[in-house]
Design a protein around this ligand. Structure first.
Ligand code: HEM
Length: 522
């Protein structure tokens, strides 16, 4: 029974789908008897339906003995579930898992890529925190843009472990995060000034533009220090924007193990971009090597002053610095845009947060990092937005099984892509009371860590590949949010209907319509 040869008969004996297959072939045979067309059509149909019938779909064809125990959609012949995923893959996969009663674990196919997805904290923990899923399936565009030499896509091994250690000890340590507070406060002040300026000149705040511009500045200066000339900043900003566009583009080669012609030009553009990144960041590294001030706080100085045994080659340094700018910009801007949309839609919650800030900070000084532990309601707001609008609803980048492993006592073969639908978990009514209601109070009543120890809400992932930038990301979001609420009352442009919560999943889950609003100084 456990043979590798695929025989639909023994898998689907007595099942409805088999009857459907036979019925379809019989019908065609009756309609076009004795013709070549009949023969070809029936063969094609039988071939397609064979794969269509496999639980989990086409990509599980050589592993049906595993997937037979694992509910999941057969999807389309060859394409699997790709056509059903669409631009809101987190919602569609959640609905499919629900319909198959497969929230704990579901098999599916993305073209020839064999995949499982968990929409439950127990199986999510097994996937994220075990050692088996410690690799990532590499997207073609990520590879071409050099991310395989950076933390996010480096294969599990000595090099990746070394990078994680350097990141944890030197780039995202509590001390480094506190060293960067001055920069975060400076950027907060600049954003407040720009918001006031927008209001004075146009009567409207285009918040997305403000957030994108200043998060980029914040991360560029965290990585390279201050004093970079405008032209170079502009160049880095263009490269990041181009990179987002390319990594979000659909690429057949990510799902089929054959090389397609580069019709959309993704590969050509990725190669060109990688060339520019190497030149621009390579030059910055070279210049800094000539005149390095070891007392600077930025990541580049940190990498250049590492002990000899930890030193990275120039090209690896370029890849790591490039990834930092890339990952550190959109996640923070996107999360803050969602938070401010929620603040405008829930003025009572906004006012409650402002009361808390006023009580803690008063009116004569600006908010500081050290105030944040005394602002539990503000922290609860951030958690509630991360629950309802996680920037990585499918945890951004999937994991890959490096060896055969049991999840929920089901054997998953090596090479299977594993995803966690954090959005589905965070909206599950059996886990969360009133999951669709925006209610930060739930975290005051029952607080929980969101750093990866409790899989009911782990927006930064968990386990050995969890987000290394999570503490820095949260410190930034808390400080900027507190500043925004301290200085302004945030109101909609016309009615609250002007705030549209529609989503669009690119690399991160963005608001489909950029948030425009108004502010009143406090
Ligand atoms: C609100 C902010 C952020 C969110 C929601 C977020 C979310 C995530 C998620 C879900 C993952 C995948 C985790 C997993 O597979 O278990 C991840 C990985 C990663 N994040 Fe973040 N992130 C944020 C900020 C940042 C920042 C500021 C940086 C760096 C400057 C960063 C750098 C990375 C890197 C390098 C990885 C790959 C880690 C690895 O594969 O070992 N992130 N992030």
């Amino acid at each position: 029974m456990h043979s590798n040869t695929f025989s639909p008969i023994h898998i689907f004996k007595g099942k409805k789908k088999m009857k459907l297959l036979v019925l379809a072939i019989l019908t065609i045979s009756l309609l076009f008897p004795f013709s070549l067309l009949n023969f070809l059509f029936c063969s094609l149909l039988a071939f397609s339906l064979n794969y269509w019938l496999i639980p989990g779909g086409f990509a599980w064809r050589n592993h049906h003995r595993f997937s037979v125990n694992l509910p999941g959609p057969s999807g389309w012949p060859l394409l699997g579930t790709l056509p059903q995923m669409g631009p809101l893959a987190h919602r569609n996969l959640a609905a499919i898992a629900h319909s198959f009663k497969a929230t704990r674990l579901m098999s599916f196919s993305m073209g020839a890529t064999r995949a499982i997805i968990s929409s439950h904290p127990d199986t999510a923990k097994q996937i994220l925190c075990g050692s088996a899923f410690s690799d990532r399936p590499v997207k073609q565009s990520a590879k071409l843009m050099m991310f395989e030499r950076a933390i996010g896509f480096a294969p599990n091994g000595v090099y990746w472990r070394n990078l994680r250690r350097i990141a944890a000890n030197h780039m995202f340590s509590p001390r480094k995060i506190s060293d960067l507070e001055g920069l975060r406060r400076e950027v907060a002040d600049e954003m407040v000034a720009e918001v006031s300026g927008n209001m004075a000149s146009e009567g409207v705040v285009r918040l997305r533009e403000v957030l994108q511009k200043h998060s980029l500045k914040n991360i560029i200066e965290s990585v390279f220090g201050s004093g970079m000339e405008m032209g170079r900043k502009g160049e880095l900003s263009d490269m990041v924007r181009e990179g987002y566009e390319l990594i979000a583009m659909f690429n057949w080669e990510d799902y089929f193990p054959i090389s397609f012609l580069d019709f959309s030009g993704v590969k050509r553009r990725c190669n060109e971009l990688a060339g520019r990144v190497n030149v621009v960041i390579g030059q910055i590294v070279e210049e800094r090597k000539r005149v390095n001030n070891e007392f600077n706080n930025d990541f580049l100085t940190t990498l250049l002053t590492l002990p000899k045994e930890d030193q990275l080659s120039d090209s690896d340094m370029v890849a790591v610095l490039w990834e930092m700018i890339f990952r550190g910009t959109d996640t923070i801007a996107i999360l803050l845009e969602w938070i401010m949309a929620r603040m405008i839609l829930h003025p009572d919650i906004q006012a409650k947060a402002q009361d808390e800030i006023d009580l803690c900070v008063g009116g004569n000084r600006h908010v500081r990092d050290s105030d944040i532990p005394n602002l539990p309601y503000l922290q609860a707001i951030v958690k509630e937005v991360l629950r309802l609008h996680p920037p990585g609803p499918l945890l951004s980048w999937a994991r890959l099984a490096v060896h055969d492993v049991h999840v929920d006592k089901i054997l998953i073969p090596a090479g299977t892509t594993a995803m966690v639908n954090m959005w589905a978990i965070a909206h599950d009514p059996s886990i969360w009371k009133d999951p669709w209601t925006f209610k930060p109070e739930r975290f005051i009543e029952n607080d929980m860590s969101i750093m990866g120890s409790d899989l009911r809400l782990a927006p930064f992932g968990a386990g050995r590949r969890a987000c290394p930038g999570r503490a820095l990301g949260l410190a930034t979001v808390h400080l900027w949010l507190a500043n925004f609420l301290h200085r302004f009352r945030w109101i909609p442009c016309s009615s609250t209907k002007s705030v549209n919560l529609s989503e669009c999943l690119k690399l991160s889950l963005e608001m489909k319509k950029p948030l425009n609003c108004r502010v009143v100084s406090r």
